[in-house]
Design a protein around this ligand. Structure first.
Ligand SMILES: [Ca+2]
Length: 160
């Protein structure tokens, strides 16, 4: 086993500069996470979470932090249901360099996260007007991004 304490992992991607593994997962209500993965670490579920049960009750003892358990890099409240994700390492859109792009299912958009020193410094929502559940996203050999939806659509995304 490499890591533990994940709830509902959905996406995985390698940071183009650090080479580290990043991961998305669905939390309970208010607890969707992005995590930076380190071998042997425990990511906390079900002991710590920023979410609550869908019934409105706390999860376990309702704590968000505990020694020895990893904090997420980022979490969403309200949730967006993050799914597949990729870092951008292309040259077509320079301002996207090393940003993290994540498909959102219930959120129905592509989340673009800017990251500095392993912390999220900004979030933009792309294609939010499309009304699509975005399932996965990857970078093409043309340095555009390609995203697929549960409805069977494929989107090509760039900033031309
Ligand atoms: Ca966690």
């Amino acid at each position: 086993m490499y890591t533990l304490g994940h709830r509902n992992p959905q996406g995985i991607a390698i940071h183009p500069v650090t080479g580290e593994l990043w991961q998305s997962e669905h939390g309970p209500r208010g607890g969707d996470e992005i995590n930076r993965i380190a071998a042997g670490a425990n990511y906390g579920w079900p002991t710590i979470t920023y979410g609550i049960e869908y019934s409105g009750q706390p999860v376990g003892s309702g704590i968000q932090q505990q020694d020895g358990l990893q904090q997420p890099v980022y979490y969403w409240d309200p949730v967006i249901s993050p799914s597949g994700m990729t870092f951008y390492s292309g040259s077509r859109v320079p301002e996207w360099e090393n940003n993290l792009f994540i498909g959102a299912l219930s959120g129905e958009h592509i989340a673009r996260l800017t990251i500095e020193n392993n912390r999220v410094t900004g979030e933009e929502r792309l294609l939010a007007s499309e009304g699509q559940r975005f399932r996965d996203i990857t970078q093409g050999t043309d340095d555009a991004l390609y995203a697929i939806t549960d409805a069977g659509r494929l989107y090509r995304i760039d900033r031309d």
